[in-house]
Design a protein around this ligand. Structure first.
Ligand code: ATP
Ligand code: MG
Length: 279
């Protein structure tokens, strides 16, 4: 709605995980390096945690783009799966037939695939997002998948990605075997104040801004203050602020506009979007 008025080609602050908008903060870069290292060095399990909205799913997708052609990957984004459903999802994502019978049959099928890929010199990676929601039984099954190995090397690297509760879950005595197999760990922290500014400028640039829309220094400070540097919150506040710009006929985002947008988001004042818009 506001794109033309603000000189933008597309929405800069959508809450989807479009990799075209990827911004690598120091923490995001480090998280990616840890994943790449764990995969290349075949460390078995890799654990990536971060608070809600810090960019974990975005990073999973970025990882897929960075891996070499000799790496075969499966990315599981839904965590409420049973043991059988998880196996089916993994097998399907590797491009195999998921209807090959029961768990035992699927396990064998996966094993055959892994050995075949290893013979071809390929590395296999299984990325499981939202892993904090996996049941203990499914986590135990994932541990069993990691047991598939030749005499020389692990056949599959498993990246578990999730909110901080994932760590607590893996701390449970019944999952100690899995926990001890984690070779690489990284916790993603939110952006710092300077990164908040460059993140926003980066997104505006990718969205094709013609430069007519501007944020004041105080607006950046305010965004940092109310979002604590969490990208999803920043996107929500900024998206609302741009809508307010359109409504108020301004192209300058200042501290007051951010405060107002944040309060609207939190439901503290009526939505300005419900006011009639003069065009
Ligand atoms: N490094 C980044 N570059 C660009 N955008 C990002 C980055 N990190 C997060 N975002 C944006 O922030 C929003 C939330 O990101 P994402 O969904 O990846 O977070 P998450 O950690 O997976 O959240 P949840 O804990 O709810 O699963 C998305 O709109 C995404 O585009
Ligand atoms: Mg996510």
């Amino acid at each position: 709605m506001y794109l033309d008025y603000l000189g933008l080609r597309e929405h800069p602050f959508s809450v989807t995980t479009d990799p075209a908008f990827l911004y690598l903060s120091r923490r995001h870069r480090e998280a990616l390096s840890h994943m790449m290292y764990g995969i290349r060095e075949r460390k078995g399990f890799i654990e990536i945690t971060g608070e809600i909205g810090t960019g974990k799913t975005t990073l999973c997708k970025a990882l897929l783009r960075q891996l070499e052609d000799t790496t075969r990957t499966a990315l599981i984004l839904h965590s409420g799966l049973s043991e059988l459903q998880l196996l089916q999802a993994v097998i399907q994502d590797f491009g195999l037939d998921p209807m090959r019978g029961n768990r035992f049959g699927l396990f064998n099928e996966l094993n055959r695939f892994l050995i075949e890929q290893a013979t071809l010199g390929n590395n296999i990676v299984l990325i499981i997002d939202e892993a904090q929601n996996l049941s203990l039984r499914v986590l135990e099954q994932i541990r069993m998948l990691s047991n598939l190995e030749t005499d020389k090397q692990k056949l599959v690297q498993i990246v578990l990605v999730g909110q901080p509760q994932l760590r607590d879950k893996l701390d449970r005595p019944s999952l100690r075997q899995l926990q001890q197999r984690i070779g690489v760990r990284y916790h993603i922290l939110p952006l710092d104040g300077e990164e908040v500014r460059t993140y926003i400028e980066h997104r505006l640039e990718i969205a094709g801004s013609d430069g007519s829309l501007a944020f004041t220094g105080e607006a950046f400070e305010e965004i940092y203050r109310c979002s604590n540097g969490i990208p999803r919150l920043m996107n929500l506040v900024c998206d609302r602020a741009l809508l307010a710009c359109y409504v108020l006929r301004t192209k300058l985002v200042d501290r007051a506009l951010i405060q107002r947008s944040y309060q609207e988001l939190m439901g503290q004042v009526p939505l300005s979007t419900s006011e009639p818009v003069k065009v």
